[in-house]
Write a protein of this length. Structure first.
Length: 130
C-alpha cells in the first residue's frame, strides 16, 4: 500500500471510532497483540472490546505520524480516554490483500524526565498530562 492510502485509512478510522467500519477494514485472519497486557484478540474479539468501553465512551485518538512501506506501517497517536487519562500509542500494522492483517499496539503514559537528566536536553513541547 502507498503512504497516502495508509494515512487516509488510519485517519478515517481514528476519527470515526466506529467498530463496524474498522471491522470491514480488517482481514478475516486479523490478529491484534497487546504485549503490555499479554492479550491477543482476533477480528471478532477486537470488535467486542470496542463495543464494550466503560461508560460506552470510546477514546479520542489523534494520529500524529505514519511511517513505513510496502505492507508494514506504523502509526503514532495521542489517545484521550473518557476518564481523562492520556497515553501515547504506537500501532504496527501489516496489511494483506489491502486489509489490516497483523497489528501490535503499544501504549505509554507521558512522564516527566528524571532530575538526573536535567541539563542534557531541550524540551520541544510540554508532555501531555497523564
Amino acid at each position: 500500500m502507498q503512504e497516502h492510502e495508509v494515512r487516509e485509512l488510519f485517519e478515517r478510522l481514528r476519527s470515526a471510532m466506529d467498530p463496524e467500519l474498522e471491522y470491514r477494514h480488517r482481514h478475516e485472519d486479523y490478529l491484534l497483540e497487546l504485549p503490555q497486557s499479554g492479550e491477543r484478540l482476533d477480528r471478532d474479539g477486537l470488535r467486542r472490546l470496542q463495543t464494550s468501553f466503560p461508560g460506552g465512551m470510546a477514546p479520542r485518538i489523534k494520529l500524529l505520524r505514519v511511517t513505513g512501506g510496502g505492507d508494514v506501517w506504523v502509526g503514532e497517536s495521542l489517545i484521550h480516554y473518557a476518564d481523562g487519562t492520556v497515553f501515547y500509542g504506537v500501532s504496527r500494522v501489516e496489511f494483506r490483500d489491502c486489509k489490516m492483517w497483523r497489528e501490535t499496539r503499544y501504549d505509554a503514559e507521558p512522564f516527566e524526565p528524571p532530575a538526573w537528566r536535567s541539563g542534557w536536553f531541550t524540551r520541544t513541547e510540554e508532555p501531555v498530562a497523564g
